[in-house]
Ligand binder design. Structure first.
Ligand SMILES: Nc1ncnc2c1ncn2[C@@H]1O[C@H](COP(=O)(O)OP(=O)(O)OP(=O)(O)O)[C@@H](O)[C@H]1O
Ligand SMILES: Nc1nc2c(c(=O)[nH]1)N=C(CO)CN2
Length: 172
């Protein structure tokens, strides 16, 4: 089974890139996700330039998007990983540089702990490069495990190392 019957779920994803033309990659990836039959992009955040967390490497561009889908979590993740691959993502060292990384952050209020899929994303609540863009588009969403809104989580981690990219206005 890959789809919910007659039901849609709201989800949140994070996108990051620090190799190649990162701005074009993030915008095109969001378009590609929106073209997936069972997925609709409801909103995207602005783009942010962020200091890299992990081994020394160039700054990232990060963004988040809200999706509405009929796909079950594993099927949605497969679609997202296919978009990653189509941008030439080659998996290398943990937290190393990448053309495109897409994480499934939230799937409604579901809590999933399975091999290859953890939702809410286990590091979501500690990452300013995720929480700043995410709280811009879904401030009132409650984290299903932490009993705090995304706005509250973003306030708690602050915005150090995260700068909004000038001249970026979402069209949707
Ligand atoms: N919520 C999730 N979103 C995306 N991938 C997930 C999730 N939960 C588990 N995974 C698994 O993790 C793998 C992603 O590994 P990846 O190399 O992108 O991690 P990373 O981006 O280096 O680190 P991080 O998970 O801290 O962002 C995927 O193959 C996927 O199976
Ligand atoms: N600033 C920033 N740092 C990172 C990022 C990212 O998207 N942005 N992704 C990583 C791997 O998931 C590791 N480090």
């Amino acid at each position: 089974m890959t789809a919910l019957s007659n039901q849609t779920i709201d989800c949140a994803i994070a996108l990051g890139s620090n190799l190649g033309d990162s701005r074009a990659t993030l915008l095109q990836a969001i378009e590609l996700i929106d073209q997936t039959e069972e997925v609709e992009v409801k909103a995207r955040s602005r783009l942010y330039q962020t200091a890299a967390v992990g081994p020394p490497q160039p700054d990232y561009l990060n963004a988040c998007a809200l999706l509405r889908t009929t796909l079950l979590p594993h099927a949605l993740l497969s679609q997202l990983l296919a978009v990653e691959t189509s941008f030439g993502r080659v998996r290398r060292e943990r937290w190393g540089p990448r053309t495109l990384d897409i994480d499934l952050l939230l799937y409604g209020d579901w809590v999933i702990e399975l091999p290859g899929l953890s939702v809410p994303h286990p590091r979501l609540h500690e990452r300013p490069f995720v929480l700043v863009p995410l709280s811009e588009i879904a401030p009132m969403w409650q984290h299903p495990l932490l009993d705090k809104s995304l706005f509250q989580l973003a306030e708690a981690v602050g915005n150090e190392g995260v700068a909004r990219l000038e001249a970026d206005e979402p069209e949707r």
